[in-house]
Ligand binder design. Structure first.
Ligand code: ZN
Ligand code: ZN
Length: 308
């Protein structure tokens, strides 16, 4: 997996919803109503991901597209209940409803041309150790807004860090997973900002695959810069109350704003045994932004393809 720094990459920023339901499965709004909601709330793309009902990619306007998407689920003998989101899945999708094992479902989605994401592992009740041997997922949902507002199980950052610390390379998505059961209270909670050369399904999927995006439930990240020479990582963002530099085990640090104030930048000296570092910012309303992890060699040596 090649990584690209979204903050240096050419192209434009596009805001997208990568997990949402409609009346085509168990959501309460029609697919047209769902698309209208996101269009009117400033999004550039949406993947409708109804359960076992693949949607289609369409260009609806110059600044408004849909990605093909689907959510599949089953019971794995090791991991138990699982849900996966497939993005860019080609219709009709081979045998997606007859799947039992998690790895089999990942493999079938990939065979159908999809990028595959582990959906809401905390909500599903999965433990990190049960996910270590799963191959072929490009990301997991670090935040699922619907699981948080409905069931208080939206944050899967511990699963993410456990997998990253074990050397798994997964990006982090924030999503809504809205079902519209309580009006739109489960919508507009989690999204991605993708840096891509064009607003097409192919360009967005390729950027997602390269990690050329960040996830948010509120704050903006303006820049994440790795200075390998100084062994330092620097971040600029919209006003927040804390900026976290999260790495393996205890090699993490939180930079707090003084009481009643906010921060818009912070830096962190990397540790020489640190395998990865990722940034998470929290604003005064408790909303977050999450950068993707940077993978590091010993002595802060950059093992990604990020330009300095
Ligand atoms: Zn699900
Ligand atoms: Zn869902």
């Amino acid at each position: 997996m090649q990584q690209e720094n979204p903050f240096n990459a050419p192209g434009g920023w596009y805001k997208g919803c990568l997990h949402v339901h409609s009346t085509l499965s168990d959501g309460l709004l029609s697919s047209d109503e769902v698309l209208d909601w996101y269009r009117s709330h400033g999004y550039h793309f949406v993947a409708l991901t109804d359960h076992h009902v693949p949607s289609q990619a369409e260009i609806l306007a110059e600044d408004w597209i849909t990605l093909a998407g689907v959510e599949v689920g089953g019971l794995d003998p090791v991991a138990g209940l699982y849900h996966l989101v497939g993005l860019g899945v080609e219709l009709p999708g081979p045998g997606l409803s007859a799947v039992t094992s998690l790895q089999d479902a990942v493999d079938r989605l990939r065979a159908a041309g999809a990028l595959v994401c582990l959906a809401h592992p905390y909500w599903s009740g999965q433990r990190s150790a049960q996910l270590m041997d799963v191959q072929g997922c490009f990301a997991l949902e670090v935040y699922n807004g619907g699981c948080e507002v409905d069931d208080a199980k939206g944050f899967s950052h511990v699963h993410w860090d456990d997998l990253l610390a074990a050397g798994r390379r997964l990006w982090g998505l924030a999503v809504d997973d809205a079902h519209w059961r309580t009006g739109d209270r489960d919508a507009g909670l989690g999204w991605v900002w993708v840096k891509a050369p064009a607003l097409t399904q192919q360009a967005i999927l390729e950027a997602l695959d390269r990690g050329c995006f960040y996830a948010s439930s509120g704050p903006l990240i303006h820049d994440v810069e790795l200075d390998a020479g100084r062994g330092e990582i620097r971040v600029r963002c919209s006003p927040v109350v804390s900026i976290d530099f999260v790495g393996s085990g205890p090699l993490s640090r939180r930079v707090l704003a003084p009481t009643g104030q906010t921060l818009t930048e912070a830096s962190h000296r990397l540790q020489d045994v640190q395998g990865y570092v990722r940034v998470a910012c929290q604003d005064a309303d408790g909303r977050w932004a999450w950068s993707n992890p940077l993978f590091l060699g010993r002595n802060g040596e950059d093992t990604t393809t990020w330009p300095m």
